[in-house]
Design a protein around this ligand. Sequence first.
Ligand code: IPE
Ligand code: IPE
Ligand code: MG
Length: 232
Amino acid sequence: MEELRIPRHIAIIMDGNGRWASRQGMPRVMGHYRGAEVAEEITRACIDLGVEYLSLFAFSTENWNRPREEVNLLFELMRNYLSQRKRDLIDLGVRIRFIGRRDRIGKDLKLLMEELERETSRSYRITVILAVDYGGRDDIIRAINKALRLEFDSLDEDSFSHLLDLGDVPDPDLLIRTAGEKRLSNFLLWHLAYTELYFSELCWPEFTREELIRALEDFSKRRRKFGRVLDE
Ligand code: IPE
Ligand code: IPE
Ligand code: MG
């Protein structure tokens, strides 16, 4: 077998929580609960594999259009989960960063996010980037407005990308989307320009280390050309 190539940065669109729960005859929110546990398990797997950055899409700018009750439960779950797991995440060596808008989420969650970023800022085993109220287009528009405020005369790709939420984080090498859906749903639009894509049929709550390894085996066979001609 070929050697497993480990991406520096993996991005995941964790999809299918609701479908998984409905299939088991449970309310959709149970899928989100299970999904949070899987996110932690996959974080551990990424640490073991030596992945440097893991970006997880947790709530999109479009997810506000879901029923009010589901939105409230999702944010409550996020708050509870992050405050309960804070100590363990620190012990694990996880540096946490959040990307997305901060002006539409509750004050409690916002404070908790700031606290987590501060308290994990010296952790070094992996950087986990949680995308909350994140949209790729919104990220780009906010960056443009920042550039206008800072009165830039002109921008190039490098200076522009530093104005985006991910800042100096390298672009994802591999994007995984679960639950059989084959679209980007407004995730990291700028950064995914040359990312390898992997689509898993499993719903996020049933995603496993083994499925992650399958994605990495597939990734290891890809020839990333970045527009060039490679020697045959
Ligand atoms: C992904 O699962 C989690 C979020 C978008 C918050 P979904 O809730 O989208 O689950 P499905 O796609 O409806 O099954
Ligand atoms: C994308 O999933 C957003 C997250 C995983 C947080 P959605 O379930 O919201 O995407 P669509 O609506 O199927 O495109
Ligand atoms: Mg979905």
